[in-house]
Ligand binder design. Structure first.
Ligand SMILES: [Zn+2]
Length: 77
């Protein structure tokens, strides 16, 4: 029986689903962080987790959330 291996495409989508609040996007084989505007390596899980933990990513994420917050305040007051 051949081993069932997760394809790269499946892997990328899996990370998008697993980390719904981290601004990840997948357009096939690539995992892209839209907060930092950079691609994240899919080769090893810890690299993805490491990216989420970087100060830069957290900073960008906070800035996006703050922007969304003020946007909502402005239009829904
Ligand atoms: Zn990021």
């Amino acid at each position: 029986m051949p081993k069932v291996r997760m394809s790269k495409v499946g892997k990328a989508k899996n990370y998008v689903l697993k980390f719904p609040n981290e601004h990840f996007q997948s357009d096939g084989e690539i995992l892209h962080c839209s907060a930092c505007e950079k691609s994240v390596s899919l080769e090893q899980r810890f690299l993805v987790v490491q990216h989420i933990g970087t100060a830069k990513h957290k900073d960008k994420k906070t800035k996006i959330q703050t922007a969304v917050f003020y946007f909502r305040q402005y239009f829904f007051r």
